[in-house]
Design a protein around this ligand. Structure first.
Ligand code: NAD
Length: 493
């Protein structure tokens, strides 16, 4: 069994407490590696190393173009190690190897994208109204960044957080999820070869309330970028406020996938099925509420049932598998519990609703793709994030009602809209209170397009050019060009 070590200041080190945690293969239900149980002391060492790297280490002295070159090397090494990293991710979180492979391609490209941005971070000269005063802005790295990530796409989160942070000139301490830390540690092992100076990219693994909480509380951390549940996000936001840290939060969702009567119903059905059963529904962007026009509700439900029936559960490493296991035992219990809640509230199960068993379904963490009807939007099943393969179907009569139901949740991450009318697509895109609208598609991600949530789904944006601003402070400088004595500064100029 692989026994990992922490990655601090460019070196592999044992955890201060001398303890390790088992990490499980959710498909087999067996531990396959051990990750260090980092504590507050490990976090302090990592943060101090990051701080040194940013102040007097070689990182601080590099030009932006030199930073970019190192980041390109990181992209190259991701390409070179993609297969190995994808296999580790699939083994650790139970998602399909095919999906992790495809993510690894985007991850390398994300590193190239922000590598190219590193030397294009510019300030501005401002032609102000004051005489004899030259004003300009400088954009400076915000400071040490703490990146706390979820288990469902570990290296994707590392890329969309750390690539813009490094482009900005920051140093990072990553605390990956205790359920899937291995790929982040393996990735850290590539940094020396890429030429990244020690201390710029540190990884402290361990439990959320221990290593994670210590990182969030640490005085020398300037910025927290977090992906995870809204409950943890709220706790982190509260703690960060005490030391006035900057915070970006990528949290959960209860996203509507909205199908109009004029849509290509076959295409929409394929999108709805993939949008909720892909990754066993363990996506922040899961389209867990299907809002469908009442005139096509029955025929559309029939299409869904046919497609969902063919969804193949099994070994995430098998290319024929569509859906793998639920990643963790608590999450598995939670999904089944929500199905019980829905039934108790009056929802009717027309597909699935139970643990999935059968040949090849080992490890005991499979849930049948589940479709619920007779759901009203006020039910808990329609309001709370399940993070599993559970779809609730709700009918609507017109566009205005679709918008009202679509927006009537605490979350605001993404929405799907299926229609052939360009006017309706535009109206819906404007009316939905979400960070991303997908029209006639679903789960389309690009590191070039900003992603993030409104309302309880979080704050700040990842991906795209804007993301780099999350890791920068703007400094304004005003210089008097007057050779004479300064004017009366007792009066504000
Ligand atoms: P989680 O909140 O349980 O854990 C996320 C991270 O926070 C982990 O590294 C964990 O160790 C750490 N953590 C836990 N408690 C902590 C504490 N008290 N202090 C500091 N850190 C702590 O989330 P999860 O189960 O790993 O991920 C699932 C959630 O993530 C879902 O709600 C999902 O919607 C969300 N998610 C959001 C996005 C997005 O981009 N918006 C993407 C993927 C997942």
């Amino acid at each position: 069994m692989t026994k990992y070590r922490l990655h601090i200041d460019g070196d592999w080190v044992d955890p201060d407490g001398g303890e390790w945690l088992d990490t499980y293969d959710p498909y087999r239900g067996e531990p396959w590696a051990q990750i260090p149980r980092g504590n507050g002391e490990d976090v302090s060492r990592a943060v101090r190393a990051a701080d040194r790297a940013m102040t007097d280490g070689p990182w601080a002295g590099l030009s932006a173009s030199e930073r970019g070159k190192i980041m390109r090397n990181i992209g190259d090494l991701v390409v070179k190690n993609a297969e190995r990293l994808a296999e580790i991710e699939a083994r650790d979180n139970g998602k399909l190897l095919a999906e992790m492979r495809s993510q690894l391609v985007s991850i390398s490209e994300c590193w190239y994208y922000y590598a190219g941005l590193a030397d294009k971070i510019e300030g501005a000269a401002i032609p102000i109204e004051k005489p004899n005063t030259f004003a300009f802005t400088i954009r400076e790295p915000i400071g040490v960044v703490a990146a706390l990530t979820a288990w469902n796409s570990p290296l994707w989160f590392v890329a969309v957080k750390c690539a813009p942070a490094l482009a900005a000139g920051c140093a990072v301490v990553v605390k990956p999820s205790e359920f899937a830390s291995a790929s982040t540690l393996e990735f850290a092992g590539l940094m020396k070869e890429a030429g990244l100076p020690g201390g710029v990219f540190n990884v402290v693994t361990g439990l959320g309330p221990e290593a994670g909480a210590a990182l969030v509380e640490h005085q020398e951390v300037a910025k927290i970028t977090f992906t995870g549940s809204d409950a943890t996000g709220a706790r982190i936001y509260e703690t960060a406020a005490r030391t006035m840290k900057r915070v970006s939060l990528e949290l959960g969702g209860k996203s509507p996938n909205i199908v109009f009567e004029d849509a290509d119903l076959d295409g929409a059905a394929a999108g709805v099925v993939a949008g909720i059963f892909g990754a066993a529904g363990q996506m922040c962007s899961a389209g867990s509420r299907l809002l469908v026009h009442n005139s096509v509700k029955d025929v559309f439900t029939e299409k869904l049932l046919r497609l969902a029936h063919d969804v193949r559960l099994g070994d995430p490493m098998d290319p024929r598998t569509n859906v793998g296991p639920i990643a963790t035992p608590p999450q598995y219990q939670k999904v089944l519990h929500y199905i019980d809640i829905a039934k108790a509230e009056g929802a009717r199960c027309v597909l699935g609703g139970k643990p999935a068993v059968g040949p090849g379904l080992i490890g005991g963490q499979f849930v049948e793709p589940t479709i619920l009807v007779d759901v009203t939007n006020s039910m808990r099943i329609a309001q709370e994030e399940v993070f599993g393969p559970v779809l609730s179907i709700i009918g609507f009569d017109d566009e205005e009602q679709a918008v009202r139901i679509g927006n009537d949740v605490a979350y605001g991450l993404v929405a799907g809209v299926w229609t052939k009318s360009i006017g309706r697509a535009m109206r819906m895109s404007k009316a939905l209170r979400v960070g991303t609208v997908w029209v006639n598609t679903y789960r389309t991600y690009s590191y070039m397009v900003p992603f993030g949530g409104m309302k309880r789904s979080g704050m700040g944006r990842e991906q795209g050019i804007e993301a780099v601003n999350e890791y920068l402070e703007i400094k304004s400088v005003m210089i008097s060009t007057d050779d004479d004595a300064p004017p009366n500064l007792f009066v504000m100029r």
